[in-house]
Design a protein. Structure first.
Length: 203
């Protein structure tokens, strides 16, 4: 069980660190696009990111299975499994809905590699109600699977996993999207751009 826990924590660390460092380098210096071009650089990053992400998911499932029945809630087993299954359905459904709204490439951070004309569809899909459905409601399936398997270690890992991805969002994704929104807003309103430039040069 401890080996499975260590494997999952290492997998989550590799996920957050690799993707965070890779996207940070791309943001700062265009590392992938300079070396391979925009399309080839994105495909190269996507292949590695997919392997890291699938490994992370597999390690979580393994941890929950190995540590099953370590969670004691004092509730009927059938009820706990039903709640877990519902959380899995809601979480996966939301994540898939968000992915379909943004497009498959956006799931792998395509906007770090090529210019885009929008950041997120306005009032589309789950973004109509949730600011960040991928990393909030879209993580309910991890808690649900841990509940369904009765894994105390799985519940703890789910909490740590979500905390890690939210830190990644705050440090890597959000600053990037804020910069994109600023650029797109200025491109859409050249007069405002000129006015802001003139203000910035006032003594």
């Amino acid at each position: 069980m401890l080996i499975a826990l260590a494997y999952h924590l290492a997998s989550r660390l590799a996920y957050v660190l690799y993707i965070g460092v890779a996207l940070g380098r791309q943001e700062r210096s265009g590392h992938f696009t300079q070396r391979y071009g925009a399309d080839a650089g994105f495909r190269r990053f996507r292949r590695t990111a997919a392997i890291v992400m699938y490994n992370d998911a597999a390690s979580f499932v393994l941890l929950c299975v190995v540590s099953r029945d370590t969670l004691v809630l004092g509730l009927p087993r059938g009820l706990v499994m039903a709640v877990g299954a519902l959380l899995v359905l809601v979480g996966l459904g939301t994540k898939l809905w968000a992915t379909a709204t943004l497009g498959g490439d956006a799931y792998y951070w395509r906007n770090f590699f090529a210019p885009i004309d929008r950041v997120v569809p306005a009032a589309a899909g789950p973004y109509r109600w949730l600011r960040n459905p991928m990393y909030t409601v879209g993580y309910l399936q991890t808690y649900g699977f841990a509940l369904a398997t009765g894994s105390l270690f799985g519940l703890g890992a789910a909490l740590l996993d979500q905390a890690g991805i939210l830190i990644f969002y705050r440090w890597i994704e959000k600053p990037h999207f804020d910069r994109l929104r600023s650029v797109l807003d200025m491109a859409a309103d050249p007069a405002q751009n000129g006015d802001s430039l003139s203000r910035s040069h006032r003594p």
